[in-house]
Design a protein around this ligand. Structure first.
Ligand code: PGA
Length: 250
């Protein structure tokens, strides 16, 4: 599987014109990239205005688990599918924190994404740099076990996991590749227990949290990560293109 580099634009930019501009610049910059799969996750409302092509996929930053009905403000997975999305970020720490998402609602969303044939990107990560009480392991283990609850092994191939330590998101204080490697192995151990070793080996685990052009390759080379989830740096076209192209040249 090709490494996945995913841009999470969060609540940016402020107009469709700017979103189109950024998207087209990235599209041009990654046109000839062969060895990396690139996904852009813009705010929902820009999705219909962005024209994906063979070099760039579209993803959403969230979804609701119900198909339709009286759910004011919500967006269903089917709506996202109809707009050409292939991926949905689920359980980002900003959603867990500001929108009170729980492992239970995250699990429902993952199931809805899978049922519609899209690929969920399940985000997990500890809040404090040293993991707080009990270390990083309890938090990550619980988030994975509850997030993937009752998801059969037949559907697991479509799942992407993103390790995003909360303390590293938007802080400029990225996790060291050696530490990310420890957590990557730990995640694979949990998946082996829940499913089996071959599923754990195949499952793409990405790193996210203050990724920039300088540190990006470290996660792919040293930590064994199968890709990156890029926030702030994905809003700067040159930097994001640079990250993708460096990964393509690995
Ligand atoms: P950041 O965000 O790269 O700005 O730290 C990453 C993310 O939240 O996905």
């Amino acid at each position: 599987m090709k490494p996945l580099i995913i841009a999470n634009w969060k609540m940016n930019p402020q107009s469709l014109t700017e979103a189109k501009e950024l998207f087209e610049l990235v599209k041009k910059g990654v046109k000839d990239v062969k060895k990396v799969e690139v996904v852009i996750c813009p705010p929902f409302i820009y999705l219909p205005g962005l024209e994906k092509d063979s070099s760039l996929e579209l993803g959403a930053q969230d979804c609701f688990w119900k198909e339709s009905g009286p759910f004011t403000g919500a967006i269903s997975v089917k709506m996202l599918k109809n707009l050409g999305c292939q991926f949905v970020i689920v359980g980002h720490s900003e959603r867990r924190c500001h929108f009170r998402e729980t492992d239970l609602t995250i699990n429902k969303k993952i199931k809805a994404v899978l049922e519609n044939g899209l690929r969920p990107i399940l985000c997990v990560g500890e809040k404090e740099e040293r993991g707080g009480k009990g270390g990083f392991s309890t938090v990550i283990k619980t988030q994975i076990e509850k997030g993937l609850k009752k998801i059969p092994s037949s559907q697991i191939n479509d799942i992407v996991l993103a390790y995003e330590p909360v303390w590293a998101i938007g802080t400029g204080k990225a996790c060291k590749p050696a530490q990310a490697k420890v957590i990557n192995l730990f995640i694979r151990k949990i998946i082996t227990k829940l499913y089996n070793r071959s599923i754990a080996e195949e499952l793409p685990v990405l790193y996210g949290g203050s990724v920039n052009r300088e540190n990006a390759l470290g996660y792919l080379k040293e930590s064994g990560m199968k890709g990156l989830l890029v926030g702030g740096a994905s809003l700067k076209s040159e930097e994001f293109i640079g990250i993708v192209r460096d990964a393509d040249n690995l």
